[in-house]
Structures are given as structure tokens and as C-alpha cells.
Design a binder for this molecule. Structure first.
Ligand code: ANZ
Ligand code: ZN
Length: 836
């Protein structure tokens, strides 16, 4: 037969699926429901290979589940707010909305060309006022429930561009555009109380059995529950600050006898009190604020301290006074903003003590050394036995922790406490292209929620990006309103929501999207939780945590009875590609090279490492021309084959050509209808049934490369087989099981064979259990009625072969001790009994 013409087949079937709304999910169906979701894309401009791989995986699962009688929800939409649109506005003078809509149109057309079984009837973009209006309503519900609050918090401030910067826009402490040194500024900002759910979010991880272990671990670490002791040191107030005590938090109360100083954060009340009349302290505090605040930065930055002159009394030794420092590595918003330092057993304290010549005293033995003198090059943080610690000596670390907590509680100077690393979610962004926070500020009434009837608070269209800063702030009219409660002039909140808010509930809106409310509880609960969620591991922490929080918060206020939004999670690997460099070290794209030579310069090119496709390394491959050339099915097939889906997949010319050749081979194979022969071919029949079962298991287990390998096996077997009824049946089977992966080819052949309806709606082939039975039998070998060995032999093995094999068994030879058997009885396929 002729070649498979992918281009015409792709277009034909994509149109049919669209017109018939084949993949629109029915809320009212009484089939079992399945929700398959891939992380929705940010409309950056064009679809990239990472999207193609991600969406192909979800698509195969969605199509497979449909064929298995499920009502599948497989929606798509756009995570459309965010910085890049504003950057484009600043660079190209386009409106963020127009830029975003154009990108969505382009990317939607590109997705359609891959033939994904998506329910486009539920498509939305998070920048649609209908969507963000409902988000504002949810925000206000959370506000009512006390899950939203406002407080002062530090932002990155670019003093040249006069604008707030996101963390990603601060590069080595400088603004990404201006290059100016970034300052910390305090602004009133909105927070969501994610910490109220810290314990639930942590314990909930235990039930997420279908999540990758590593993602659960990352979430666990991020939530960071630690058990410790909060206690108070009595202060010797030489500086006259009137601070009687300093409270500290420690996770290592066992090391208390190794303490050689106390340190407080720069914005701790004690530091502030001292600074009030000491310019040197003030200058030091200002200096501290310049440093970063992330844990990583705190680890690496140079440790700096200021000796306050205060001393703290050791709780177990009234004669020991510890100097109190203000230190740049102590954070105000973790624990209680103050610590005691144990240089021998904490690396930061070690560096600090080395710098300021404070004592370094060993109190935990590493097994080799137990003298108080500590001469190692770094702190010892491992387990061990307490030494040089009075009543703790001889205890292990855990026992010693408990002992100190018990004594602190008994003495009334401290309490065992649980502390979470998780911070409340700061959701204020001083940006235009996001969901306006639906609050108004009135001088008389304070923060007033926008009345529900006035939602959505829409973004004004007439904004300019000619100067930096937030256009909402300087818009002439938008923010001026009348206070809904007293009628006096008030102003709108001009901060918008972090775009992570938009992606924290989009999957609920996909499940149910009425006009008059964010979602219908009963309808959403029919679909949720998402059965299988697929996306990049880069979202393993924040997005997933925020979505888990949002869902729990909705449950808390009674809007949705679902605790965990994603029952199954899969994080796929990246698509990688070779990199190329010019003779003078510039990255080159494959298009700039011909036969190892850079076209524009004529200079030789060096092939670099295989790396994740990225614009900066110029090693991206645009999927669209590849689809033009090879068709959607070849691209899909390549995305599924070769690599386990959790691993990286290397894009290569050879790979896609191989996929294309297989598509053509499959076309010739299944396009040949067989001869209608009546003959049997049991072996082939068995291969077919096993393949059906194996492919089903592989798809459900998201092991697509395994499914592909099994399909190759069946294709090979059919190709080799002689005409028979079983061969015809195997061809029909093959067609159905490749349908989720290469749907255009499958529809084309299905139609050519006169199949009824669409193959997308056809049932997955049934497996005949009898065909799965093994071809091998286990034969028991007895000597004088006693079991001596078991042998694996082909079913129906001849009696003399079974006898010979039994007599050749090592175990039998040992028992017979060289004597010849008197008699051998063979029960076919079951038993060989040797009478000695
Ligand atoms: C004494 C000590 C001795 C500590 C020792 C550690 C090792 P994790 O486990 O990560 O929660 N700490 C407490 N509050 C802090 C703050 N606001 N800023 C910076 N560091 C702070 O860390 C808890 C430990 O970090 C605490 O236990 C405290 O130092 C420090 F051998 O106390 B530790
Ligand atoms: Zn008012």
C-alpha cells in the first residue's frame, strides 16, 4: 500500500474530533470518572518539546482510560498572568493582554496539531476576568475565614528603577535591569495563612502513595517540622536596655554546655533597643539588611556580629556569662529570632566563633575524641555521646535533648516546642499583570473587602509601561473609589496576587465552571481529586504545596470536601539535545551549522554536552516544523519511546526518523487487512494477548517506553507470521493498542477497514486469560517417592526427554550414589518418579 500521509490524516481527524467534541467530558455520565491533567502551560510564545512530551504522556493515559470505559476529564488552559508579559510590554511596547492572547492563539493551534484528546470546551486563561473574578471571590472567602492578613514585610527594592523586584529579578544582589544594588524595603503586604495547615500538609503527604518519594521528601523538608526547646536566658543588663531575658529557640538543647555565645537577629527588639541610642549598632543593622535572606545565602555569606555588651546567664551555671551578639545569620522570622551558639556542633556558630575568638567546646563525642578541646576544621554535627556536660555525660543526643527539655519545663524557664520552617504565603505583587487584590483602603474604615456584587475587579486596559513601577498605582482613575462602607473617598489595593494563586485552583475550575460561582461543589467533587497529574519536577515544591493548601482551605471553609487535590503525581524528565559552540565560544543553534561548519563564519564547530533544551544554549528544537515534516504520530511515538518517562529524553534526528519509519511500517502492517484465513496460530495469539495485557499495565504505570517495546514485539511477530485467522485478529488487536499513541494513523486505518464510529471510542481489546498461561510446566522429580528436585520443562515434553533430564539432575545423582535406577515412572507434565 502507499505511504501513510500524516499531514492529511492529522488534519482530517483533528477536525473530526473537534466537530464531534469527541473528548468533551460529560459531568452527568454514569461511567466511572477519571481526571487526567498535565500542568497547564504558561503562554510564553510557542510550544516547546517539554510541553510535547508532557502532554503526550497525559494524552496516552487519557485515551487509554476512555477505551477502558471511563468518562475522562482531560482539560487544557493557560496560566496566563505573570512577569514575561510585562517584560514584553516594556521591551516591545505591546499590551500584556494582547501579547498573552496572541501567544495563546499560537500555542493552541500548535497543541491542536499534535492531536491531543483534550476537552477544549473547558478551556480558559487565568487572565480571563471570569476566572480571576472568581478567584477574587475565593480570596474574600478566605479573608472572612481569617486565612488572609496584612502585615509589613520586606521586599527587594530597586532604587534606580524605583520598583519592587521579584526574587528571580535580583541577580547577585543587583537589579536585573538597572544593575543597582538592591535594598530591602518594608511594605504592607497580604499573606495567606498556609502555616495554619502546616501539620495537615505534612501528615497528608503520608497518604500520597502515588507520588514520587522524592517530591514528598522535598515537601516535607520545605514544611520543615522540627522539635526543640524555647527557653529564656536571664540577661545581665549592663547596657541598661531593660530587657530582663532573651528567649532563644534551639533544636539541640543537648548541646547547652557547649554554648559560648547568644545571638539575636538584626531586627530583634533587643538589637533595636540598643540601636536606638548607638549609631554604630544602627550602622551594623543596616549592613545586615543588605544581605540576602534565603537559607542558602545565610549559609554562605560571611558571618558578622556586633557585641552588645550584654551577657546572658547560662541556665545550668549561674557563674557562666555568655556574650550577646547581634548577628547577620540569625533570622527574625524563624523560631524566636535568637539563638545560643555552640561552635563545636554547628557550622555557622563555628565560623562565627573562629572569627570572634569565642570558645569552641566539644560536648558531643564523635566516637574518636571526647576532650573539651576542639581542633577539627569544621563543626561536628553527627550523632554521639554527651561529654563535658555534667549530668548529661554518657547520654546519647536524643536522651540528652529530652533530659534538658524536662529540666527546663520543671524549672519553668523553657518549653518543648514544635517549629515549622514553612512561612505564611506572601501573595502581594506590585505588578500590573495579575489578579487585582479585591480590597479597598479607607482612612476611616481601614481595609474593606470589595462587595461581591462589584466583582470582578477588572484590570484597566489603558496602562503604560514606559516608566518602571506598577501601572495600577499611577493610573489616573482606576484606584479611586468610594468606600463601600462609609461612602468617603477610598483607594483600591494596587497589589495583584502572586500567579501561584491562579494555578492553585484551576484544576477545580476545569472540573466545574458555572458562571455565578467559582465552582459547583457536587460537580467538582465528582471529578476530584485529579487521578493523575503530570508535570515538571520544578514545581515539586511551591505549586504543589500552594494547590494542596488552597484545597484544604476550601475544605476548611466548607466549599469543597476534598483534602488532597492530586491523588497521583508523575514528574517527567526533560527533553535534552546536543549543544554546539562556535570556534570563539558562542552557543550556536543547529540551524547555524552545516556539516560541522558555522555557516556565517566558515569556522569549525565543536559539539558540546547534551543539555536540557533552553533558549540560552540555543539547543531547542521547535516542535512545529518537526510536526510538519513527520506528522503528529511520529513525534508522539518518539516522545514515548527510548527513555523511561521519568528520565531525560535526548532529542535526535535519528530518533525522530526511526519513529517515522516505524509509523510507516505500522501503516503497511495494519493497513493490510489480512486474508480472512481460517487457520490457527496459537503462538501468535498468545503473543497478542500478552501484549495487550502488558501494554495496559505499562500505560497505567506510566511506563510508556515499556508499552512501546511490547508493541514492537507484537509487530515483529505479526510480520513473521503466516496468514491465519489469528494473524488477522492480531492485526486488529495491534491497531487498537497503538490507538492511544498514534491516534491519527489508527483512525485512518479504522475508517479504511470500515470500522464503526471512531477508534477513539472503541473498547480496549479484552484479554483471554487462558492465553496468558505459561508454556512451561514444573515437573516434580522424586526418588522412591521422596521429592528431590523440580525441573522447568516445555509443556507436553516427551516422556523420554523428561526421564533423561530427571536422571541428569545433580540432586538425583547424589541420592542415587552411582546406583542404576530400577524403574522410572513418568506422569506427563507433572512428575518423574525414580525407583532405586
Ligand atoms: C543551638 C544549637 C547547637 C543549634 C547545635 C544547632 C546546632 P533547624 O534544625 O534547621 O530548625 N536557629 C534557631 N533560630 C534561628 C534563627 N532565627 N536564625 C538562624 N538560626 C536559628 O535549625 C534550628 C537551629 O538553628 C537551632 O538550634 C538554632 O541553633 C538555629 F549544635 O541551637 B541551634
Ligand atoms: Zn470607609
Amino acid at each position: 500500500s502507499q505511504r501513510f500521509n500524516a499531514l492529511s490524516a492529522d488534519a482530517r481527524w483533528q477536525r473530526v474530533w473537534d466537530e464531534r467534541r469527541t473528548f468533551a467530558a460529560d459531568d452527568h455520565s454514569n461511567k466511572p470518572k477519571s481526571y487526567v491533567l498535565e500542568m497547564f502551560p504558561y503562554p510564553s510564545g510557542r510550544i516547546h518539546m517539554g510541553h510535547v512530551r508532557n502532554y503526550t504522556m497525559g494524552d496516552v493515559l487519557a485515551r487509554f482510560r476512555r477505551m477502558n470505559g471511563m468518562e475522562v476529564l482531560h482539560p487544557m488552559g493557560w496560566d496566563a498572568f505573570g512577569m514575561p508579559a510585562e517584560n514584553a510590554a516594556m521591551e516591545k511596547g505591546v499590551h500584556p493582554g494582547g501579547w498573552t492572547r496572541d501567544n495563546i492563539a499560537t500555542m493552541k493551534a500548535q497543541l491542536k496539531r499534535l492531536g491531543f484528546a483534550l476537552d477544549w470546551t473547558r478551556e480558559f486563561a487565568t487572565c480571563d476576568p471570569e476566572y480571576y473574578g472568581h478567584e477574587q471571590a475565593l480570596f474574600l472567602k478566605f479573608y472572612e475565614a481569617g486565612l488572609v492578613y496584612r502585615r509589613e514585610s520586606a521586599v527587594n527594592w530597586d532604587p534606580v528603577d524605583m520598583t519592587v523586584l521579584a526574587n528571580e529579578q535580583v541577580i547577585d544582589g543587583r537589579g536585573w535591569r538597572s544593575g543597582a544594588l538592591v535594598e530591602k524595603r518594608k511594605l504592607n503586604q497580604w499573606f495567606l495563612k498556609i502555616t495554619a495547615f502546616a501539620e495537615d500538609l505534612l501528615s497528608g503527604l503520608g497518604e500520597l502513595k502515588d507520588w514520587p518519594e522524592k517530591v514528598r521528601l522535598m515537601q516535607e523538608n520545605w514544611i520543615g517540622k522540627s522539635q526543640g526547646l524555647t527557653f529564656r536566658f536571664a540577661l545581665n543588663d549592663a547596657a541598661g536596655t531593660n530587657e530582663g531575658v532573651v528567649e532563644v529557640y534551639t533544636t539541640r538543647p543537648d548541646t547547652i554546655f557547649g554554648a559560648s555565645f547568644v545571638a539575636v537577629a538584626a531586627d530583634h527588639p533587643i538589637a533595636q533597643a540598643i540601636a536606638a541610642n548607638d549609631a554604630a549598632v544602627q550602622a551594623f543593622i543596616e549592613d545586615c539588611k543588605r544581605g540576602g535572606t534565603t537559607a542558602a545565602e545565610l549559609e554562605t555569606q560571611e558571618k558578622k556580629g556586633f557585641d552588645t555588651g550584654l551577657t546572658a546567664t547560662h541556665p545550668f551555671d549561674p557563674f557562666q556569662q555568655l556574650p550577646v551578639y547581634i548577628a547577620n545569620f540569625v533570622l527574625m522570622d524563624y523560631g524566636v529570632g535568637a539563638v545560643f551558639g555552640v561552635p563545636a556542633h554547628d557550622q555557622r556558630d563555628f565560623e562565627f566563633a573562629t572569627k570572634y575568638q569565642l570558645p569552641i567546646r566539644r560536648v558531643v563525642s564523635d566516637g574518636a575524641k571526647d576532650a573539651p578541646e576542639f581542633d577539627d576544621a569544621e563543626a561536628y554535627t553527627g550523632p554521639g555521646i554527651l561529654v563535658n556536660s555534667h549530668f548529661l555525660d554518657g547520654m546519647d543526643v536524643e536522651d540528652a535533648k529530652r533530659e534538658v527539655i524536662t529540666r527546663a519545663e520543671a524549672g519553668g524557664w523553657g518549653e518543648g516546642t514544635t517549629v515549622f520552617r514553612l512561612r505564611d504565603w506572601g501573595i502581594s505583587r506590585q505588578r500590573y499583570w495579575g489578579t487585582p487584590i479585591p480590597i479597598m483602603h479607607c482612612d476611616g474604615c481601614g481595609a474593606v473587602p470589595v462587595p461581591t456584587a462589584q466583582l470582578p475587579v477588572k484590570l484597566p486596559e489603558d496602562v503604560s509601561f514606559a516608566i518602571p513601577g506598577n501601572p495600577l498605582d499611577r493610573h489616573p482613575t482606576w484606584k479611586h473609589v468610594d468606600c463601600p462602607s462609609c461612602g468617603k473617598p477610598a483607594v483600591r489595593e494596587t497589589d495583584t496576587l502572586d500567579t501561584f494563586a491562579d494555578s492553585s485552583w484551576y484544576f477545580i475550575r476545569f472540573a466545574s465552571q458555572p458562571d455565578d460561582k467559582p465552582f459547583d461543589k457536587a460537580v467538582a467533587e465528582q471529578w476530584l481529586p485529579v487521578g493523575q497529574y503530570i508535570g515538571g519536577v520544578e514545581h515539586a515544591i511551591l505549586h504543589l504545596l500552594y494547590a494542596r493548601f488552597w484545597t484544604r482551605a476550601l475544605q476548611h471553609i466548607g466549599m469543597l470536601d476534598v483534602a488532597e487535590p492530586f491523588a497521583g503525581l508523575f514528574t517527567q524528565g526533560m527533553v535534552t539535545h546536543e549543544t554546539y559552540k562556535s570556534s570563539d565560544g558562542r552557543w550556536l543553534s543547529p540551524g547555524e551549522i552545516e556539516n560541522g561548519i558555522e555557516v556565517s563564519t566558515g569556522q569549525p564547530v565543536t559539539v558540546g554536552r547534551i543539555e536540557k533544551m533552553s533558549k540560552s544554549k540555543k539547543n531547542t528544537i521547535d516542535p512545529e516544523p518537526i510536526v510538519d515534516q513527520y506528522g503528529a504520530d511520529a513525534v508522539r511515538w518518539f516522545m514515548l519511546s527510548d527513555s523511561p518517562p521519568e528520565r531525560d529524553l535526548e532529542w535526535s534526528e535519528n530518533g525522530i526518523e526511526g519513529a517515522w519509519r516505524f509509523i510507516q511500517r505500522l501503516w503497511r502492517l495494519v493497513g493490510d487487512q489480512g486474508g480472512g484465513d481460517a487457520g490457527e496460530d496459537i503462538a501468535l495469539r498468545k503473543v497478542a494477548h500478552r501484549t495487550v495485557k502488558g501494554v495496559a499495565e505499562a500505560i497505567e504505570g506510566l511506563q510508556f517506553n515499556k508499552a512501546v517495546a511490547l508493541i514492537y514485539t507484537l509487530a515483529n511477530a505479526v510480520e513473521k507470521a503466516q496468514p491465519s485467522g489469528d494473524r488477522d485478529a492480531a492485526l486488529a488487536t495491534l491497531l487498537r493498542i497503538v490507538a492511544p499513541m498514534v491516534p491519527h494513523l489508527a483512525e485512518e486505518v479504522w475508517a479504511a477497514r470500515g470500522g464503526e464510529g471512531l477508534i477513539a471510542d472503541v473498547a480496549w481489546p479484552a484479554v483471554d486469560q487462558a492465553m496468558l498461561v505459561d508454556d512451561e510446566v514444573t515437573i516434580a522429580v522424586q526418588v522412591n517417592g521422596k521429592l528431590r528436585d523440580t525441573l522447568l520443562m516445555p509443556k507436553g515434553v516427551a516422556k523420554d526427554v523428561a526421564e533423561a533430564q530427571a536422571l541428569a539432575s545433580e540432586k538425583v545423582i547424589r541420592v542415587l550414589e552411582g546406583k542404576a535406577p530400577k524403574k522410572v515412572i513418568v506422569v506427563p507434565d507433572r512428575l518423574v518418579n525414580i525407583v532405586a
